[in-house]
Design a protein around this ligand. Structure first.
Ligand code: GAR
Length: 194
């Protein structure tokens, strides 16, 4: 059974969408772990409510290498084969990224390579963009720079508010991310790695 682990720093909307989609998909994939770098992240409470093992690993008060060693241990203890970053707002170190190349994916609320980094929707909105979208990409050593796997775009009504665009973005993400992750888990299963 292909096993997914999710890293999230905040709200956890994408995490929950992933879990719900995995549970309703015909293929037997499972989300086996949610890790957050923030003890107060809503994602941790969502995980507990959904019955997904949840773990807080602090990135502050220890070095990134120490935090990533802890993360590595947790991932291998559950046998995670794919790691999804769902609003995980930290840059992972080059060693960690290299160790998980092609098994580490991120959702980002822009049509990459446009608007990488933080506050992407607001930056695009303030720049007067007319087309928006979300991207799922493999994680590399850069900030939102890895190869894009899938994108989904939309054109808001002229005059739409930032809040309306953000809402639509989250709807788009909650369908694009699970679809893409399930496809990647299906490939792992087809290769017989589970
Ligand atoms: C999502 O919009 C995600 O694309 C974004 O953070 C939000 C997390 O929401 N990620 C990034 O900007 C990564 N660079 P969520 O906690 O409700 O899933």
């Amino acid at each position: 059974m292909p096993r997914l682990a999710v890293l999230a720093s905040g709200n956890g909307g994408n995490f929950e969408a992933l879990v719900m989609a995995l549970r309703s998909a015909p293929s037997p994939h499972e989300c086996v772990l949610l890790v957050s770098d923030r003890s107060e992240a809503l994602a941790l409470s969502r995980a507990r409510g959904l019955g997904v093992p949840a773990l807080h690993i602090p990135w502050s008060g220890q070095t990134r290498t120490e935090a990533e060693a802890e993360l590595e241990k947790a991932l291998s203890s559950v046998g995670a084969q794919l790691i999804a970053l769902a609003g995980f707002m930290r840059l992972l170190g080059p060693d960690f990224v290299r160790a998980h190349r092609n098994c580490l994916v991120n959702i980002h609320p822009s049509l990459l390579p446009k608007w990488p980094g933080k506050n992407s929707i607001r930056c695009a909105f303030e720049a007067g963009e007319t087309e928006y979208g979300a991207s799922v990409h493999y994680v590399d050593e850069g900030m939102d720079t890895g190869p894009v796997i899938a994108q989904s775009s939309f054109i808001p009504e002229p005059g739409s508010s930032l809040e309306t665009i953000e809402e639509r973005m989250h709807e788009i993400e909650h369908s694009l991310f699970p679809l893409t992750v399930i496809e990647l888990l299906d490939r792992i299963k087809a290769r017989g790695e589970d």
